[in-house]
Design a protein around this ligand. Sequence first.
Ligand code: 5GP
Length: 141
Amino acid sequence: MSYNPKNIFAKILRGEIPAHKVYEDEHTLAFMDVMPQSDGHTLVIPKVFAETVFDLSPDALKNLIGVTQHIATAAKTAFAADGVTLMQFNGAAAGQTVPHVHFHIIPRYTGKSLQAHGRSMADNALLAQHAEQLRAALNTP
Ligand code: 5GP
């Protein structure tokens, strides 16, 4: 497995750059996407250094999708969403831009299309507010 430890999510895991965190356990971290495709766009990553799902053990992947389901359920409530899109890309050819495996949780609204992928930075105060809303729905401090 080739893994670039300089990628942005590895830096977030090491605490070298900030993130609006919403959930953390022994194996997993979740935080707001800085270029959200919809209000409440959240990323869920494993703490193990892995580039794609093919680099995860079946147990690690089960854990990751389980936590993703838990957070997506809370996001649907927190952002009063009509639906939730889960997305996951493996490799640049598939659209992956950050080479650390992750799931996207994107709240969706009837008749509203998504913003472009990874295109425009959200206001920091708004991201902080969304993180607070999601932490409240998750009952995490
Ligand atoms: P991918 O294209 O790899 O599936 O998704 C990477 C995601 O990471 C994109 O949605 C992009 O907006 C997000 N992203 C890129 N840089 C950062 C960052 O520094 N912090 C956070 N929180 N998200 C980022």
